[in-house]
Design a protein around this ligand. Sequence first.
Ligand code: NAD
Ligand code: IPM
Ligand code: MN
Length: 365
Amino acid sequence: MKAIIACLPGDGIGPEVIEATQTVLQAVANAYGHTFEMENYPIGGAAIDQYQTPLPPFTLEACQAADAVLLGAVGGPKWDSPDAPMRPEQGLLAIRKGLEVFANLRPVKPHPRLLHASPLKMEKIAEVDLIFVRELTSGIYFGQPKRRWVEAGEERAVDTMAYTESEVRRVAKLAFELARQRKRKVTSIDKANVLETSRLWRKVVNEVAKDYPQVTLEHLLVDAAAMYLLQRPASFDVLVTENMFGDILTDEASMLTGSMGNMASASLGDTQNRHGRPRGLYEPIHGSAPDIAGKGIANPVGTILSAALLLRYSLGLEREAEAVERAVEETLNLGILSPDLGGSANTAAMTRKIIEQLDAAAIPT
Ligand code: NAD
Ligand code: IPM
Ligand code: MN
């Protein structure tokens, strides 16, 4: 197959994990007889520095013309001033909105070799296999008004959490569809005891649930959900929630896997690529990690597993996706671990081992 994968390295460790992942994708292409066209485009702080905007129009156009998009991370201290006229993160929000990827899938499945790397007790996390469906293109991240101004002698600021029925319905539907193919349980997380948007959320989720009688639905308030994630993580299957709650809870849930560096994501919507599949945006859930950027020690697993999701969802290459996932597993089994996982392997060494495992397992076509 020929596929165009637009790559957005971004800032900090973004370029490091993207370069590593591109070598893995190239190894997949070689082993299975595919051609992946992987061109880099600027986003985030790098784009602000060079083009005075966090998302240059040509980057968005290239992503819209591609079969799938792979993104590293954006942001960093250089662009962090609260008074800066523009921020790298605006580029990320704009690309998500521009690609209309309203559902952000974040799977959490601790690897047996990494149970010790989690601060939680092994017996709590051994059976965990859950997936978050985070609403990604609405809520408080995008609601208007959103601004800062001076009034009556002091600065004020406002953000708006807003949802429409159809925005909730489409993401809820996707969550129930996923659950139907998994353990048939959906946990919907909201703050319906306080927020109007959450009461709408809960009502729509209940309506969608009627079409899925075989799926069990549980509602949790977000504060309690944060607790249950640590107390009974293995009880969850699909968790669906609004944008900001999903952002926070998935960083919390990353510690079930031992490190944020392990966590992959796929963002999907209704738009299709040339292969009749969803044109997704694939990114690790971590950020630009300024504290370790430039040292070559970033854990590339989250980005490499995001590429596996890309192969599966946007290109329909299930065998290749599984091969990448197995190669990562084997590498972890061999104890080739980056510092965040308690080892001493650098990004290049981990990536090399993953490619070695991939080559060893590849069936020539
Ligand atoms: P972060 O995810 O960058 O880092 C949090 C901690 O996790 C750090 O100690 C970091 O070293 C570690 N870590 C993260 N990824 C790792 C990896 N692959 N390997 C090893 N360790 C890893 O979060 P932060 O420090 O809160 O944010 C830094 C910047 O990143 C901010 O500007 C923020 O806006 C941005 N950010 C971007 C994205 C994104 O582009 N998707 C996501 C989150 C944060
Ligand atoms: C993430 C990040 C982003 C988000 C930021 C950088 C805008 O934290 O991808 O989880 O909040 O969505
Ligand atoms: Mn986040």
